[in-house]
Ligand binder design. Sequence first.
Ligand code: CA
Length: 162
Amino acid sequence: MQKVVCLVLLVVAFHSSAQRVKCVFESKYFIPNFTANWFKAVEYCNYLGMRLAVISSAEEQAKLTALVASTDKFSNVSTDIWIGGSDLAEEGNFYWHATGNRIVFTNWKKNQPDNGQKNEHCMEIRYIPEHSWDWHWNDRDCKAARYFVCENLEPGREITFF
Ligand SMILES: [Ca+2]
């Protein structure tokens, strides 16, 4: 489950005031409460001091998907979630954006990645049981709006932002 505790601070200066939010993110993963294209997902995770999720092993894949399934972003009919890999830099070669590492562990569905419409470069995780998607990976149009998973490298860390 996600556990986030936030405190809103009002900073009042002589001629102005500003609001800051201080949060403690207790979990390894955090799913913001809005959908975004893949680029905005990267930006927003960075803004929180996190990164769009990197999945390096079957164990991490299992942890991340269990978290998604425990949230209100999950639908047991159809769920699509951005993760942090793409082949934007080199067509056909997928890398994790945050680390620059080539993707080693994979969980692509059969016949994926397919670069559909020659316009699919960003990685999502899909759960659509009716079509045999069981948290498999898919390449998708980066401009599609999706929920996304930010990975918190230091669970328990306090993060202050505007
Ligand atoms: Ca695809």
